[in-house]
Design a protein around this ligand. Structure first.
Ligand SMILES: *Cc1c(COP(=O)(O)O)cnc(C)c1O
Length: 229
C-alpha cells in the first residue's frame, strides 16, 4: 500500500473518529478541546505512524517501551504517551522520550520515575493506572489502595501526578468502570487535598462512553488504523 493511499485511509478514519468524538461531546455538554486524542500506533509501522503529524495528530501512544524507543527515535517531534506496563529497568531509557506516562501502576515504579526525573533535572508528568474493574489480568492500583498512597506518592518531588488512567473490561458495558474512575478522582480530591484534572480512559470500542463519563484523554488504536496493512 503506497504512502498516499495510506494517508487517505488515515484521514478518512480520523474524520470518522472526530465526528464520533464531537457527537459524544455534544451529548455530554462538553467541548472537543477538553479531550486529547492519543493515536495508539502499536499495530502499525513507524512509517505509518509518521503520517499522523501531517494530519494534525501530534499525540501518539505506545504500549511497549521497546516499540516507543524505536518509533520515538524516528519521530522525535511528537508527544509520545507511554500507555502500557513500564518495567522499572526500562524507566531510564523511556522517560526522556515520553511526554506523559499514563500507566504508573505501583509505588515502586513511581519512585523509579521520580529518581530518574531528578537525575534529568525535570518533573515528570504521570497518571496513575487504577484497576477499577479488579481483573487479575490487569495492572494498576486497587481503588481502595489509593487513599493511603496519598502521603508517600505525593511526597515525590520530581513526579507530578495529574490524572488517573483505567481500562474497561472486554465485552461488558464500560460505563460503570469509567464512572468509577471519575468518582475515585472526586474522592481523592477530598482525601489527598489536591485535584487530578485528567482522566485517561476509552479505546476504540468505548471512547464515546468515556467522553460522556469525563475522559480528558482517549487512547484510540484500531479504529484509526483500520484498513492499513
Ligand atoms: C492497545 C491499547 C489501546 C488502544 O486500543 P484499541 O482498542 O486498538 O483502540 C489503548 N490503551 C492501551 C493501554 C492499549 O494497550
Amino acid at each position: 500500500m503506497n504512502v498516499d493511499h495510506q494517508r487517505e485511509v488515515l484521514r478518512r478514519n480520523l474524520r470518522a473518529v472526530e465526528e464520533r468524538l464531537r457527537a459524544a461531546c455534544t451529548r455530554a455538554g462538553r467541548k472537543r478541546e477538553e479531550i486529547t486524542l492519543v493515536a495508539v500506533t502499536k499495530a502499525v509501522s513507524a512509517e505509518t505512524a509518521a503520517l499522523w503529524p501531517g494530519l494534525g495528530v501530534l499525540d501518539l501512544g505506545e504500549g511497549r517501551p521497546q516499540e516507543l524507543w524505536h518509533k520515538a527515535a524516528l519521530l522525535p517531534a511528537v508527544r509520545w504517551h507511554m500507555v502500557g506496563h513500564l518495567q522499572r529497568n526500562k524507566v531510564e531509557r523511556t522517560l526522556p522520550l515520553t511526554a506523559l506516562c499514563h500507566s504508573v501502576d505501583s509505588a515502586r515504579l513511581a519512585q523509579a520515575v521520580d529518581a530518574e526525573a531528578m537525575k534529568a533535572g525535570r518533573v515528570a508528568e504521570v497518571f496513575l493506572e487504577v484497576n477499577v474493574s479488579r481483573e487479575a489480568s490487569k495492572h494498576g492500583f486497587a481503588p481502595e489502595e489509593m487513599a493511603c498512597l496519598g502521603d508517600s506518592i505525593n511526597a515525590l518531588k520530581n513526579v507530578h501526578i495529574s490524572g488517573l488512567m483505567t481500562m474497561a473490561p472486554e465485552g461488558v458495558d464500560a460505563r460503570p468502570t469509567f464512572a468509577g474512575l471519575r468518582e475515585l478522582r472526586d474522592r481523592l480530591l477530598r482525601e489527598w487535598g489536591r485535584p487530578l484534572p485528567h482522566l485517561s480512559m476509552g479505546m476504540s470500542d468505548d471512547f464515546e462512553t468515556a467522553v460522556e463519563e469525563g475522559a480528558t484523554h482517549v487512547r484510540v488504536g484500531s479504529v484509526l488504523h483500520e484498513g492499513i496493512d
